[in-house]
Design a binder for this molecule. Structure first.
Ligand SMILES: Nc1ncnc2c1ncn2[C@@H]1O[C@H](COP(=O)(O)OP(=O)(O)OP(=O)(O)O)[C@@H](O)[C@H]1O
Length: 229
């Protein structure tokens, strides 16, 4: 199994004091190679959930088991290293480093994985997303759709077991949206990577066999105040 969530609770501190309950998830799992679209109302906690799975945020309580290990109990430095070796992330805003070429951006995705930098694999990934002829272009010399394709290639550079995608097509023109989505899904399938993809687009979600509505399994009211950190 790539991902297992058990009894996740998350609240945020509010400016006027008190806590805002956002997540109360008893159980959620994703098998190796499985693909799921995550949809839900705005402000419902989707990004918070992805950040908790990525180990960028810690829950108030609960377990986040990635590839057999609970990341919540890991010291931060261990969690960062574990994330770098197990999880790929595609952001809505691409997050490419402007001073580096497409190839360098993908190779940077390998730097912290602990597996070393493999330039041939970086080239292969860029070829896979149709950018074999743009290896040495910096992000500003790439179209928006091309930039997101580089980001997709980079997200797979560390050979993750789990790919998290937060609205990956939100800033891409309609003509490129399906292309990006297909690239993400096909690449995950080819590399047996599990995929959890957040989207507002019902059209994008409709192509997934598994569609999860956050409100169906999230019960923030389970966040009793005494359980919150
Ligand atoms: N750092 C924070 N501090 C306090 N409240 C926060 C913080 N981050 C998010 N929230 C609140 O938590 C709730 C969930 O936010 P989150 O961004 O996870 O929702 P979302 O489902 O991703 O929303 P959207 O679909 O609009 O991007 C929102 O009500 C938001 O206002």
């Amino acid at each position: 199994m790539s991902l297992l969530l058990e009894n996740i609770r998350k609240t945020y501190r509010q400016p006027e004091g008190g806590r805002l309950p956002v997540l109360g998830i008893e159980h959620f799992q994703l098998q190796r190679g499985e693909q799921a679209a995550l949809i839900g109302s705005s402000g419902g906690g989707k990004t918070t959930l992805l950040n908790i799975i990525a180990g960028i945020l810690t829950p108030d309580s609960g377990q986040v088991v990635i590839d057999g290990r609970d990341i919540v109990t890991m010291p931060e430095v261990v969690r960062d290293r574990y994330r770098a070796s197990r999880i790929g992330i595609v952001f809505q805003t691409f997050n490419l480093l402007p001073a580096f070429t497409a190839l360098e951006n993908v190779m940077l995705g390998m730097t912290f994985s602990g597996r070393g930098v493999d330039q041939n694999f970086a080239r292969e990934l860029l070829q896979r997303v149709g950018l074999g002829h743009r290896l040495h272009h910096s992000p500003k010399r790439l179209s928006v759709g091309e930039q997101q394709r580089v980001a997709v290639a980079r997200s797979l550079a560390n050979k993750p077991v789990l790919l998290l995608a937060d609205e990956p097509t939100a800033n891409v023109d309609p003509a490129n949206q399906q292309l990006i989505l297909d690239l993400i899904r096909d690449s995950c399938r080819d590399h047996n990577v599990s995929l959890l993809l957040v989207t507002h687009s019902m059209e994008a979600a409709a192509s997934f066999q598994r569609i999860e509505r956050l409100q169906d399994f999230n019960r923030p009211e389970l966040c009793a105040p005494e359980r919150s950190a």
